[in-house]
Design a protein around this ligand. Structure first.
Ligand code: ADP
Length: 667
């Protein structure tokens, strides 16, 4: 076994690899960028090497600096994690040339599977079922459109170098093909520097079923059963599970056998995943699944396989890379129970899943154990920066069966508290409780079909507003028992404590008189300067007098966190962010509110579709912003005539005015 390895990654996956290495007695070297100088993975590793500025191109993708760091620290091998350099065959060549071991497959295996079109041709020859489509070299619009017609609509355009759902477009109608092709190409060019695409049949009622495989350098290959990753949003996995619901033994045998055949076809060594797409329009059937692609690395969702098999995939990776045989034979690998993984991201589900940044002022995870893992790379006080993937944590649960595991997932999500950055926890909770998802009736379009329900944020109840008021008044630390000395939060002996508190929720401002006597808080709340109409739906019902006692009977479900300028209330898997008003900020906002649109996040203005003087209508796309490697269309919030619009190619900060309108039209 290696004495020391370097981990060419960051965040939760770096931390996860370090944990296994430590258990195996292998020393670890972390690498880090400027932004990560104080990151968790740096603190956890035995040694850490600074490799450059925050931008990934200057740090985590700098193969030369990473290899130098390994040589200088006398590490013997490099674990690439996922993303970054993990599927870059040139990096593998350089690592090997430097006399180091790459903990992963050979460069040849990665090359064979690296481009979706070539991989499909290879799999076809190996006898693995492949989605019908065009995987050829020629790329002219006319030819691709003809192929699309032959395949039959709907079709899917995919970047051949694709990954993470980028450069992928579903096309329903021939008329839309040209437009979809150019936008897929643009995204593919930006993300991968390669704009070539393939076109394939869009599978009906698609289920994403993937099979974990493992090979060693002695020609052995086994599978570790399947995972189902059909809960997706825009082709990105949201919740993953194992085993796949509704999977018959016949189907499982066919899928796992095809996967092992695929791995053997390229003499695969290490951890890999063969992704299949299945047509579930009539349930899962052994003759209705097709190879999509192979991921030649450890996957984000590998922990669900670990939960059901009881195996440590990182340990297997280290053993195989160190030249050992696979730790188990196929017969010795079994699975039991059911596991789910949910990915918690800093993103605003209610605003089209805009990626968010921010300091994690408050961060609480449920207690971990054999049936619950929290995989994270951040601690309270850390910042989600715009430089990297905004994933905050993965919650991984195990239960004796699917229903029990899903319950465990819901409660794990409910007891997670994050304040400081907006997160997708409420969305994940809603999905975990969705009746179709619970019934295992999930295809890749389930989330899109139910998007409105899954992303609607409920208005805060009077209890939630009261809890926010009490916290804003600093009275939430009142004693939970009758001992006045257990808290110093404003004890008065003869008079009740009375405080007037003002807080904001969305556009609404609310004030209340909070009084505390005999360890009971009484709240009389009333809206102030309310512009109720503009904020309909988000308007808390505060016109009536509310009573709330402290300690509250709802203490179990209502938890609050105070952080600079805010109070967040956690309730039932959702969180409600109340603002403690700052009069200066309010004035600045009011001035700019009407008649202009601001950038919701930092990014690059990729395309501008309107010009000064254009009359535009509500919902019309005005520009495309590229941020966090994705394209976001910014549409007009209301009708109007464009007075000013940003220039194409501009790099802009969050809050920059993108468009102003000639006449301030009420939204
Ligand atoms: P990427 O490498 O960008 O993640 P994949 O080829 O793995 O792209 O596909 C991502 C997702 O897109 C799949 O999980 C599936 O939901 C959907 N998808 C891919 N191919 C098809 C298809 N032919 N029909 C329907 N959906 C598909």
């Amino acid at each position: 076994m290696f004495r020391k390895i370097l981990i060419a990654n960051r965040g939760e996956i770096a931390c996860r690899i370090i944990r296994t290495a430590r258990r195996m007695g292998v020393a670890t070297v972390a690498v880090y960028s400027d932004a990560d100088a104080g990151a968790l993975h740096v603190g956890m590793a035995d040694e850490a090497v600074h490799i450059g500025p925050s931008q990934v191109g200057e740090s985590y993708l700098r193969d030369d600096r990473i290899i130098a760091a390994a040589i200088n620290t006398r590490a013997e091998a490099i674990h690439p994690g996922y993303g970054f350099l993990s599927e870059n065959p040139d990096f593998v060549d350089q690592v090997t040339a430097a006399g180091l071991v790459f903990i992963g497959p050979s460069a040849a295996s990665i090359r064979a599977m690296g481009l979706k079109d070539a991989a499909k041709r290879l799999m076809e020859r190996a006898g693995v079922p492949v989605v019908p489509g065009y995987h050829g070299e020629a790329q002219e619009l006319v030819l691709l459109a003809t192929k699309a017609r032959e395949i039959g609509y709907p079709v899917l355009i995919k970047a051949r170098a694709g990954g993470g759902g980028k450069g992928m477009r579903k096309v329903e109608l021939a008329d839309d093909f040209a437009e979809a092709l150019s936008s897929a190409r643009r995204e593919a060019k930006a993300a991968f520097g390669d704009d070539r695409v393939l076109v394939e049949k869009y599978v009906d009622r698609p289920r994403h079923i993937e099979c974990q495989v493992f090979g060693d350098n002695f020609g052995n290959a086994v599978h570790l059963f399947e995972r189902d990753c059909s809960a997706q949003r825009r082709h990105q996995k949201v919740i993953e599970e194992a085993p796949a619901p509704g999977m018959s033994e016949a189907m499982r045998a066919a899928v796992t056998q095809a996967a092992v055949t695929a791995a053997k076809a390229i003499r695969y060594s290490g951890a890999g995943t063969i992704e299949f797409i299945a047509d579930a329009s009539e349930g899962l059937r052994p003759d209705r699944f097709w190879f999509m692609e192979m991921n030649t690395r450890l996957q984000v969702e590998h922990p669900v396989t670990e939960m059901v098999t009881g195996l440590d995939l990182v340990e297997w990776q280290l053993r195989v890379a160190a030249g050992e045989k696979l730790p188990k034979t196929q017969d010795e690998i079994t699975q039991s129970g059911h596991a789910f993984e949910a990915r918690i991201y800093a993103e605003d589900a209610a605003r089209g899943f805009l990626p968010a940044t921010g300091k994690l002022h408050h961060l609480r995870f449920p207690a971990t154990g054999p049936a619950l893992r929290v995989e994270t790379g951040v601690r309270e006080g850390d910042t989600i920066s715009p430089f990297y993937d905004p994933m905050i944590a993965k919650l991984v649960v195990h239960g004796p069966d699917r229903a029990a595991a899903l319950d465990a997932l819901s409660s794990a999500l409910e007891s997670t508290e994050i304040a400081g950055s907006v997160t997708n926890i409420a969305f994940l909770s809603a999905l975990a409780r969705d009746p179709d998802f619970a019934a295992g009736d999930v295809d890749t379009a389930l989330i899109a079909r139910k998007l409105d329900t899954l992303t609607t944020t409920p208005a805060p109840s009077p209890e939630i507003v009261s809890a926010a008021m009490i916290a804003a008044a600093g009275l939430d630390t009142l004693p939970q028992d009758d001992d006045p000395w257990s808290s110093l939060a404003g004890y008065t002996h003869f008079h009740p404590i009375e405080r007037r508190v003002g807080i904001g929720f969305g556009d609404e401002r609310i004030a209340a008189d909070v009084s505390v006597a005999d360890w009971r808080a009484t709240i009389a709340a009333f809206p102030v300067e309310g512009n109720g109409e503009a904020s309909a739906g988000a308007q808390p019902d505060v016109s009536s007098v509310m009573l709330r006692t402290v300690p509250p009977s709802t203490a179990e479900t209502l938890r609050t966190a105070r952080w600079p300028g805010h109070v967040t209330v956690f309730s039932d898997g959702a969180s409600f962010d109340f603002v403690l008003p700052d009069p200066f900020a309010e004035a600045a906002k009011a001035e700019a509110a009407v008649g202009s649109m601001r950038a919701p996040m930092p990014g690059l203005v990729k395309i501008v579709r309107a010009a000064k003087g254009d009359a535009v209508t509500k919902g019309q796309p005005l520009l495309v912003l590229e941020a966090m490697k994705m394209e976001h269309t910014i549409a007009a919030l209301h009708d109007g005539v464009v007075a000013e619009i940003v220039a194409e190619g501009a790099q802009i900060a969050e809050g920059t005015v993108l468009v102003t309108f000639e006449e301030a039209v009420a939204p």
